[in-house]
Design a protein around this ligand. Sequence first.
Ligand code: CAA
Length: 282
Amino acid sequence: MHDKTIGVVGAGQMGAGIAQVSATRGFEVLLYDVDEEALNRALDRIKGSLEKLSGKGTLSEEEKRDALGRIRTATSLKSCKDAFCVIEAAPENAALKKEIFHQLGEMVHADAILASNTSSISITLLASVTAHPERVAGMHFMNPVPLMKLVEGIRGLQTSEETFLKVKALAQHLGKEFIEAKDAPGFVVNRILAPMINEAIYAYSEGLATAEDIDKGMMLGTNQPMGPLTLADYVGLDVILAVLEVLHEGFGDPKYRPAPLLRQYVTAGWLGRKSGRGFYQY
Ligand code: CAA
């Protein structure tokens, strides 16, 4: 096992951010995705973010270069087999994540940690498909990962104390604040954030106010850095819908019912910033 190597599975916004902070903090990173193009886009995104940080003086030129030099990409999951920790950041699809965890469980070393960055899917479920469920935990980063200070740690039913303490230590080593959550739909942050965004979408679809005024109201009225509709576009409307579906199904409570307009936007491919259109045009 390479004690300094972190495997990151999935090269979307979150995977790229996790790879970036891991490399910046001195770890070797293996960024895996099935899609070569996604890996190239992730590297561009990481370079752009590191440029911004070094432009602001948060990172030196040397630190930026070293961080980039520590990131390798791969299109075979097997390349993660020697990592001491693999952080999964694949799309929010339980079947896909289960398949990834099953495969990872077969290939990593006996004391490697398997962590999921899932926004809401049960860690107990993901752990259940692995050979060593006690070594699985949730490690939920926030978007944009290089700027957001929080990691939410989630204990599955089977997660051992040793595993959880290692995940906590790793998050702190990555410069993040840590909170502990139980394994329940949405954990802490999305349990509270997703219903707020959903309510903003209901309000918008009822014509209560314009998108701009809903966002302005929440920004100026409650000091949020982005209004809820802008934040939904930023995170991805498909991600918000997936989280709400997990809350709705998991609790069986109609208060989590996704706004029909959200579902319609996702069906139309209006996913927010990443597709060029959501509640706003980009
Ligand atoms: N890397 C490096 N620097 C970045 C960056 C990135 N990825 N993104 C933005 N920046 C920099 C910008 O260049 C800018 O730098 P200057 O101050 O030098 O101009 C600075 O950060 C501020 O950016 P902006 O001026 O573009 O915008 P902002 O002031 O609104 O800050 C923000 C951006 C930090 C994202 C802020 O809007 C914010 O905190 N928004 C809320 C984000 C949030 O709530 N995230 C959680 C989402 S929920 C989640 O992730 C969980 C889930 O499972 C769905």
